[in-house]
Design a protein. Sequence first.
Length: 345
Amino acid sequence: MTSVTYRDAGVDIEAGDALVEAIKPLAKATSRAGVLGGLGGFGALFDLKAAGYADPILVSTTDGVGTKLKLAIETGIHDFVGIDLVAMCVNDLVVQGAAPLFFLDYFATGALDVGAATRIIAGIAEGCRQADCALVGGETAEMPGMYAHGDYDLAGFSVGAAERGELLPANVAAGDTILALPSAGVHSNGFSLVRRVVANVGLNWSDPAPFAAGAALGTALMTPTRIYVRSVLALHKARLLKAAAHITGGGLPGNLPRALPPGMGAKLTAPWPVPPVFSWLAKAGNVTTSEMLRVFNCGVGMALVVSDADAAIAVLRLAGENPFILGVVTDEPGIRIDNEESVFA
């Protein structure tokens, strides 16, 4: 009987080892105070005291990139989904007042392509750099028979911390101002609908993007999710932030209420700055305004509740943001949007 190896069965241990060596410098470049050791152990160690915390509360998140991965696979653009993966986790940490400490990833594929995997994990490392978060480990799973050729999946896990008594939301009151931080586009939610619209209108990923001059459609849609950690933490450290909502799947109606106390709601006023991709999706796909607002961020990547809008805007601008006033907190539950019909006008 012919001897059979793991490689014959579809798993290449040498390729996995090569990937580990390729990503070691990427992970090392994200190290921060509190990290103990490096890649290669059975678990990652982190010293909260060395990170400067006296009485911390830990906050944890996990997320993925969704069907945007299909677009990455079909276009061969693997450089940005790692940023998306980190953003989806760390943006959820910071809205609770927590600073991201460390990040781990899970990368699964049928047959390991070291070049593509290195680009993906380089994106994860870049996302961690933007979030001041250490990439401390992860798992690469080569699973022949589970994934079609070229397919892969990503998941991310992050832990952050805040000093006791500094968690958000806190002290939200009716009349507080809701500020918005702009999104870079679709970010990482709603790509099943995006792909359906693109298919229905008969476009290819290599065709010119109808909403972005000089860019291919696939390239324009692969624009990564913005990471808001530094600007939101700057506002929080200035003691100007009462609550925050990361606007992902569910849009403003689904996410803003999560940052408000029970019984409270918000009145938003349209129009506000909306990236052209959303107007194109609404028109090309004949998608109603209410459905657009329920699926996509529609130009608002992060909503922030403050009482002193002028001071908050000044801090955010110093942090490199271009905030705008979105609405106010009300003492009635639900999200009401005045002039909703003008959002995509």
